[in-house]
Structure formats: structure tokens, C-alpha cells
Write a protein that binds this ligand. Structure first.
Ligand SMILES: [Zn+2]
Ligand SMILES: [Zn+2]
Length: 99
């Protein structure tokens, strides 16, 4: 009798673990989709020539991870998620002032 119960508990725990893994996977997928559509705004100076990289026009709406400096041609990836280079961040969001 007690063995049956512990078997049931184990099966239940395994089921819960599987559900959790599914949920985590779904969440990760959702996060990736969200970030693809909503790139993170960031002050993005080129690491080589320090020219500010600003994603404008079509690039503002085409999220990308690797950015190409229009000044020196350097290509770099500042983060593991899509980012959008902006000239200014809303003041309340950031205390880093553009140089
Ligand atoms: Zn550059
Ligand atoms: Zn860019």
C-alpha cells in the first residue's frame, strides 16, 4: 500500500517536472520572440572608432544582434539579444549621458 503511494508520488513528480520543463521551454521561446520584435534600446558607440551607432529607418525596425559601424566598417555584437542603437535614451531610464 505505502509502496503504491510512493510510486504514485514519483509519477506525479515526474509529470510535474515534465510540465515545468515544457513551461520553461515555452517561456524561453516567448522571450526570444518578444526580443526579436522589441529590441533593447541602447547607446551603442563603435568599440573601435567610438562613433555612435544609431539604427534608423529600416534598421530601427529590423532587429539585429550584429551591428555595422558606418564610420569604420567594424562589425560587432554588443549583446546576446537583438539591440537597437539610439542617440538618446529617455532621461528617466538612464544616467549615462552621450559624450
Ligand atoms: Zn567604428
Ligand atoms: Zn545596428
Amino acid at each position: 500500500m505505502s509502496q503504491n503511494i510512493s510510486q504514485e508520488m514519483r509519477a506525479m513528480a515526474a509529470g510535474l517536472r515534465a510540465q515545468l520543463a515544457d513551461a520553461a521551454e515555452a517561456f524561453e521561446q516567448l522571450r526570444e520572440d518578444w526580443l526579436r520584435l522589441n529590441p533593447i534600446d541602447i547607446l551603442l558607440p563603435c568599440p573601435l572608432c567610438y562613433a555612435p551607432h544609431v539604427d534608423e529607418d529600416e534598421w530601427a525596425h529590423r532587429p539585429h544582434r550584429r551591428h555595422l559601424c558606418l564610420q569604420c566598417g567594424h562589425e560587432w555584437q554588443p549583446a546576446n539579444v537583438p539591440t537597437r542603437g539610439v542617440l538618446h535614451l529617455p532621461e528617466e531610464d538612464c544616467d549615462v549621458q552621450p559624450v
